[in-house]
Design a protein around this ligand. Structure first.
Ligand SMILES: C[S@@+](CC[C@H](N)C(=O)[O-])C[C@H]1O[C@@H](n2cnc3c(N)ncnc32)[C@H](O)[C@@H]1O
Length: 257
């Protein structure tokens, strides 16, 4: 993989945060530059092209900025050989509980971006609409188990046939790496100006069973490269509709794990 290309992509995705101040900018750089999930999603082609994306608990919307920057570079012909096409976004809606994060997202992307809309809201209460891809990255452990289940049930209902949920969780059976990632999570949340949160974590096997019980087919892979964490990415897919179902919208290329 080209480190030079990743540096260019990181610059393109984080530059919009510069006017929002040092915290917004350096937080975006730290997150997008060191967390393996963002480049993995592109390299593995896990976000289908042409999809309507819903990012639950989007924070200051660094993932949206990453996807938009990736597509810009792709369209400019600056894209690594061997990587799947950067996804073309039909729409990207982010929902975030913290007003300060939403304000930073609006400052970076614009409150009226033509493709990306970042909203203040509680994912336990708001309507998810109809979408093709849902991402929930490091969010569900802030929510108690009954509401975790309800969010996943509503995600299932919001997804079109063949749609997918990309979820990252910490595996509660992950031993010391899991305890380290929980501790880091608490510290980061505190540094961002919030109360020390109570966290509700589950073992990977429980997350899988929950998703399979909702009708998803689930693949998982470790997603903490280079860090002593027990993070796991789950890609949960819904079956395609039967041939006769006229609601089916074909999506573009997508890789598999
Ligand atoms: C660890 S951060 C991850 C942010 C983002 N997903 C990312 O990967 O950069 C977790 C985010 O979930 C948000 N969050 C937690 N509970 C939420 C809720 N009920 N509704 C909306 N957002 C929530 C937090 O405010 C925080 O921004």
């Amino acid at each position: 993989m080209s480190q030079t290309f990743l540096a260019t992509l990181l610059d393109a995705a984080t530059e919009p945060y510069r006017p929002g101040g040092k915290f917004a900018y350096h937080f975006a750089r730290g997150k997008l530059g060191t967390d393996p999930i963002f480049r993995s999603l592109l390299r593995q082609g896990l976000i289908p092209s042409g999809g309507r994306i819903l990012d639950l608990g989007c924070g200051q919307a660094v993932f949206a900025s990453w996807l938009l920057a990736a597509r810009r570079l792709y369209e400019a012909g600056h894209w690594p050989a061997g990587w799947p096409e950067a996804p073309r976004i039909a729409t990207l809606r982010g929902i975030e509980l913290m007003p300060r994060d939403v304000a930073r997202a609006h400052q970076a992307l614009g409150a009226a971006h033509p493709l990306a809309r970042i909203e203040l809201g509680d994912i336990c209460a708001c309507d998810f609409g109809t979408v093709d891809v849902v991402t929930i990255l490091d969010v569900l452990h802030y929510i108690d188990p009954p509401r975790q289940h309800d969010v996943l049930r509503r995600v299932r209902a919001a997804l079109t046939p063949g749609g997918r949920l990309i979820l990252r969780i910490g595996d509660a059976n992950g031993g010391l790496p899991f305890r380290i990632s929980n501790w880091v999570d608490q510290v980061v949340t505190f540094v961002r100006g919030h109360r020390l949160p109570r966290l509700w974590c589950r073992p990977l096997s429980e997350w899988r069973a929950l998703l399979e019980g909702l009708g998803f087919t689930v693949d998982s892979q470790p997603m903490s490269e280079g860090k002593p964490f027990a993070n796991v990415m789950l890609v949960a897919r819904l079956p395609e509709a039967a041939q006769s179902d006229t609601d089916t919208r074909p999506l573009g290329s997508a890789g598999a794990i």
